[in-house]
Design a binder for this molecule. Structure first.
Ligand code: PLP
Length: 382
């Protein structure tokens, strides 16, 4: 019988240690494993780049949460993306990328894979005709989707894009970092592969950098596993253990991230200093209806555009106390970011530029009244 999400988060891959009964599986902080004779390996373990029980425990746990057969953990989200892309792409191949995906993903494909002969086209993923038109039959190998997107929380239809990808023989990848598997299940909606920056909600405590590839396509998983081993950007045992520990509370954290973010979003609706709130949980958001179908809840990320313009937004981002001014997201503590000069500085002056009056909030798990009071005191004096 298959268990519910939170039961899997706590038990999948987390059997008590066979030797001692330790309820929490230990950290196997070792680089190598003794052999009982040449090539006689204990449970297949040989050298930690090819496999480590702590990494395996995390991989089993994560696969169970995404409803997949395989998960592979890497030293960062981008290291995971790199291994996936180099597993499926060859010189001359083409990638169709959402026009608002994580900037590092765009940089990886255009600046690193580009010189090796991979081409990329950015498209508006909510326009299915534009996606179909961007696909070059036989040449496009990957369709890369990120929803909700950063920082305007645009929602794209994973099921519809999976259909487009399938009929064109293209591998459909969903970066599920913002939603986490608790809020959104891309593989069940038809996607082929899920990518995570585990640095964010999966780790959940801003103390670990990691990434993962999750899929039920065994052939693809074998290729990515080979690159994990042969190129070596593996997740270290301690980081794997911290991530496993974080994941056990993912469900309760995402529920609270979502209710706190909703409280902040609703506070700013109609606020005299705020021009617009970007949060899919508001029924005025263009993606609200789709998000309601596709997600369990709307998550902990939102953005607000201030009426006072760029100067007011900058000052606001520098004036909060509980909301720490920092890159990243998804931790227990609230963070504030100024996209036009932080996450999206590299796209200034392009069509992908983010308006200078937008600030992004990663709403943490503090008491919502304190968070709202902190944001209020940071607003420019009227
Ligand atoms: C942070 C992030 C990444 C990159 O992950 P790292 O762990 O920083 O390498 C990829 N996608 C999204 C949506 C992210 O937020």
């Amino acid at each position: 019988m298959s268990h519910g999400f939170n039961t899997r988060a706590i038990h999948a891959g987390q059997e008590p240690d066979a030797a001692t009964g330790a309820v929490t599986p230990p950290i196997f902080q070792t680089s190598t494993f003794v052999q009982d004779g040449i090539g006689a390996l204990r449970q297949g373990y040989e050298y930690a780049r090819s496999g480590n029980p702590t990494r395996d425990a995390l991989q089993t746990q994560l696969a169970a949460l995404e409803g997949a057969t395989r998960a592979l953990a890497f030293s960062s989200g981008l290291a995971a993306e790199d291994a996936l892309l180099r597993s499926v792409l060859r010189p001359g191949d083409h990638v169709v990328l959402g026009n608002d995906v994580y900037g590092g993903t765009h940089r990886l494909i255009s600046k690193i894979l580009g010189p090796w002969g991979v081409e990329v086209t950015d498209v508006e993923m909510s326009d299915l005709d534009a996606v179909r038109a961007a696909i070059r039959p036989g040449v496009t190998k990957v369709l890369w989707v990120e929803t909700p997107s950063n920082p305007l929380m645009k929602i794209t239809d994973i099921g519809a894009l999976a259909e487009v990808g399938r009929s064109a023989g293209v591998t459909v990848v969903v970066d599920n970092t913002f939603a986490s598997p608790y809020l959104q299940q891309p593989l069940a909606l038809g996607a082929d592969v899920v990518v995570h920056s585990m640095t964010k909600y999966l780790g959940g405590h801003s103390d670990v950098l990691g990434g993962a590839i999750v899929t039920s396509d065994e052939e693809l998983a074998e290729k990515v596993a080979f690159l994990q081993f042969a190129a070596g950007a593996v997740l270290a045992p301690f980081e794997a253990w911290l991530t496993t520990r974080g994941i056990k509370t993912l469900g309760v954290r995402m529920d609270r991230h979502s209710s706190n973010a909703r409280a902040v979003a609703e506070h700013f609706v109609g606020h005299p200093d705020v021009e617009r709130v970007y949060y899919a949980g508001l029924d005025t958001h263009p993606g609200h209806e789709l998000a309601t179908r596709q997600m369990r809840d709307f998550g902990g990320m939102l953005s607000v555009a201030l009426r006072g313009g760029g100067e007011a937004a900058r000052r606001f981002a520098e004036s909060t106390e509980l909301f720490l001014l920092a890159e990243s997201l998804g931790g227990v503590e609230s963070l504030i970011g100024y996209p036009s000069e932080m996450t999206h500085a590299s796209v200034r002056g392009t069509p992908l530029e983010i308006a200078s009056n937008v600030v992004r909030l990663s709403v943490g798990l503090e008491d919502p009244a304190d968070l709202i009071a902190d944001l209020e005191q940071a607003l420019p004096r009227r």
